[in-house]
Ligand binder design. Structure first.
Ligand SMILES: Nc1nc2c(ncn2[C@@H]2O[C@H](COP(=O)(O)OP(=O)(O)OP(=O)(O)O)[C@@H](O)[C@H]2O)c(=O)[nH]1
Ligand SMILES: [Mg+2]
Length: 179
């Protein structure tokens, strides 16, 4: 099962990925590190590997990034709640890019750093909802790695969407692997 993180620079993707892997907030995490975080989850008594890919946003990577998209089951399109431009860029850059390279693949619109949602000029839940509806996101979730807010909800939703998006063949294969 493959889930990718995309979104503007510094919105908190790597911090989220690190939290997913280690279950604790690490503000010293190396922000340059692109990585694949792996976790085995149980589904109906079968083990499934959930792979979270942290796709770098560096412009240099614009040409190579699409190669990382292959075989994705679900996308987390991220922006930072304290940065309206990053929300705007989901609609102008990130969602069009995944619709181009991953047509029909479901995505969640994710507002990271939700601990900053009451700061001046931050994104409101209503603004996020409008973007999510306009671009047909499966859902939209505010979360904070700092406060560990909605992190479980975010990944359990992503896993559920991935499962629904698996072809029967893949699921059979995974189940057979356990025997
Ligand atoms: N307040 C707050 N800050 C956060 C949170 N998550 C990450 N940050 C901070 O935001 C900054 C950027 O985080 P990264 O995880 O490196 O962001 P990124 O999206 O991976 O950035 P690039 O790899 O450059 O695209 C760091 O200083 C983090 O400590 C959060 O939930 N709340
Ligand atoms: Mg990063």
């Amino acid at each position: 099962m493959k889930c990718i993180l995309v979104g503007d620079q510094a919105v908190g993707k790597t911090t989220l990925a690190a939290l997913f892997q280690t279950r604790k907030y690490n503000k010293n995490y190396n922000p340059m590190l692109d990585d694949i975080m792996k976790k085995t989850i149980k589904h109906n008594s079968h083990k499934i590997q959930f792979n979270l890919w942290d796709c770098s946003n560096t412009n240099l990577y614009d040409l190579v990034r699409p190669y990382m998209y292959h075989d994705t089951d679900v996308v987390l399109v991220c922006y930072s709640v304290d940065n309206k431009i990053s929300l705007n860029n989901t609609g102008t850059k990130w969602i069009p890019e995944i619709k181009k390279y991953l047509p029909g693949i479901p995505f969640i619109l994710v507002g990271l750093k939700s601990d900053l949602q009451f700061e001046k000029d931050s994104v409101t839940e209503n603004e996020a909802k409008i973007v999510a509806q306009r671009f047909h996101a499966q859902t939209n979730i505010f979360s904070s790695a700092l406060n560990n807010y909605n992190i479980n909800l975010l990944f359990s939703t992503a896993i559920q969407i991935s499962l629904n998006n698996q072809t029967p063949y893949t699921l059979n294969y995974l189940n057979a692997d356990q025997k």
